[in-house]
Design a protein around this ligand. Structure first.
Ligand SMILES: NC(=O)c1ccc[n+]([C@@H]2O[C@H](COP(=O)([O-])OP(=O)(O)OC[C@H]3O[C@@H](n4cnc5c(N)ncnc54)[C@H](OP(=O)(O)O)[C@@H]3O)[C@@H](O)[C@H]2O)c1
Length: 298
């Protein structure tokens, strides 16, 4: 397959590129950054895919600034919804497969058990709403050949994320307050990237006219942001006292769901994926972080 990966400068895009570079190649990959393919213009997307032909699009690009999106709704909608709609139209009319990444923030977090793919969506913030619109656009345009993967709490060796932020803050501070009443599951982008690479090798994924579906993927287990930060400091060894606080004591522009733990049964059964426990992947990523990878230096 000839495969394009958008969002090549993002956490997931970089993670997939790093995995592809290390592994035996059974497909050809093209990784595109915003400079090479700007998704903010549908005509730009159209022109790009008229000039460049692919068998599979892996869309890792997104407007991911959750709080900023509250004031830049149009910009977020353009990347997370309008561009996704355009990509789905192009994929549908050219028989291109699509893997699109979505978010746990499509849920309102009021469920007290893990979310299934069939659960009702009711996003609390602009980011979640625009991502849900993107999902719905794919579902209405592509009856076949699209795979939507919702993920949560993504971190990696690249860019700014919760892990790198906590490491920096615990280096500089003696005390930190961390939100305790939002629970979910961290996702190491390297694991999600590997899951995507395994999925595209899977026989079921490659069946002609496979019915479009939504899947959940994160690491295994569950924690609060406080538990997550605690584990980061346990591994790093930085001496900093962490105190649990409620969301009300840490006001943000965007409201966030209280629970976004997701069931991974569907994705693991359908594609035979083994999902790693979140603390094990965190340890692995933090070990890599201590010896900066060449990609991170770019
Ligand atoms: N991060 C999380 O915690 C999280 C949680 C749930 C779901 N997700 C989803 O997982 C996917 C991957 O997330 P991530 O953490 O890898 O995000 P990320 O690190 O923020 O990367 C997103 C990428 O999209 C690119 N992008 C933004 N606007 C663009 C445009 N107009 N044209 C082309 N590219 C554009 C960005 O380019 P620049 O680098 O040039 O800005 C960036 O490289 C996204 O779909 C996201 O919604 C993420």
């Amino acid at each position: 397959m000839f495969i394009i990966v958008t969002g090549a400068n993002g956490q997931l895009g970089k993670s997939i590129r790093s995995l592809v570079e290390k592994q035996k190649k059974s497909h050809s990959f093209v990784f595109v950054t915003k400079d090479q393919l700007d998704l903010s213009s549908p005509s730009n997307i159209q022109n790009y895919f008229e000039a460049n032909k692919f068998d599979l699009i892996i869309n890792c690009a997104a407007y991911t600034a959750v709080d900023k999106a509250e004031n830049f709704q149009e910009e977020a909608d353009m990347i997370n919804h309008i561009a996704v709609k355009k990509i789905a139209e192009i994929a549908n009319s050219n028989n291109i497969k699509l893997i699109h990444i979505s978010t746990d923030f499509v849920f309102d977090g009021l469920k007290h058990k893990p979310y299934f793919e069939s659960d009702a969506c009711s996003p609390l913030n602009v980011y979640g709403k625009t991502k849900l619109e993107g999902e719905n656009a794919i579902l209405s345009i592509m009856k076949f050949n699209a795979t939507i993967i919702r993920t949560s709490w993504v971190y990696s060796e690249y860019g700014n994320n919760f892990v790198s932020t906590i490491i920096k803050l615990t280096q500089k501070n003696n005390n930190l307050n961390i939100v305790f009443d939002q629970v979910g599951t961290p996702t190491y982008a390297g694991d999600l990237g590997q899951a995507i690479l395994n999925i595209i090798k899977n026989k079921k994924f490659n069946e002609p006219d496979r019915v479009t579906g939504i899947y959940h993927y994160s690491n295994e287990g569950e924690c609060s942001w406080y538990d997550f930060a605690k584990e980061i400091t346990n591994i790093s060894g930085y001496k900093c006292t962490l105190s649990p606080i409620n969301s009300e004591d840490y006001p943000t522009a965007a409201r966030r769901p209280r629970n976004t733990i997701m069931s991974k049964d569907k994705i693991s059964k359908e594609f035979g994926l083994k999902i790693i426990f979140w603390k094990d992947s965190l340890k692995y990523c933090m070990k890599n972080l201590s010896t900066l990878s060449p990609l991170n230096k770019e």
